[in-house]
Design a protein around this ligand. Sequence first.
Ligand code: MG
Length: 283
Amino acid sequence: MQKWPIGVFASVDAGLGVHLDVARELSIPTVQLHAPHRESRTQQTADTFLKRCSDAGITVTAVFGGFEGESYADIATTARTVGLVPEKTRLPRLKEMKEISDFAKLLGCGTVALHIGFVPEDADGASYRGLIDATRELLDHVEANGQRLHLETGQETADHLLAFIEDVARDNLVINFDPANMILYGTGDPIEALKQVGRLVKSVHCKDATWAPPQERGEAWGREVPLGEGDVGMETYLRTLEDLGYDGPLTIEREIAHDRERQKADIGHAVRLLTELRAKILG
Ligand code: MG
């Protein structure tokens, strides 16, 4: 596969991301998949889906976990409901994430990924220690399936994410870098953050956003916008990835599932922009 193949976030059934047909119509060669509901995580679903992918010349590069009860309604709700951080749901979600890893294996995919949630600030606290233990348990399972776990960026600053990964201390824990999330959550300049965590970045999202006003950053969302129209700076982003030696897929994420037509148009535009910039940068 060529360096920096274009990708798109897609779903097996009705979930986050676009339907596979959109990737096929836009001739996008790779997808990251949002994991399907439990009842669809079967060998048969995997086989059928893989057949559709191979017919369309599409490779699955990552399977993202997500859980019932998660809500991204606002930043406070996200902190309360997302990932393995909330203690009430940690155990069942840990179990479910292992099942998602097993499903990814059925798809022949060596990468599982997730938003782990807002990692607690207090590294000596019980919640943080518990999260470390849960993450290690998940990583052991993922390792046995021959996979790595990619953590989505944005809910922590680069420093905090690095400290957490260091504390977990496992080789198969790396990063899916999403520059727009740094802006949306107000957790730091995306390019500086990318330089900081770059050695651990094994997959990326191509997504764009504009900052919330300074006095609201970290409390209110920034705004997700079509690729190239936000504050990330796509050319600088790609040049930084090139400097870091990143050669994996450029996976487009456009989170406007309520407007499928516009989503598809924006993704088509993003494909053209990334193709142009890739040619300009890689020559
Ligand atoms: Mg993302």
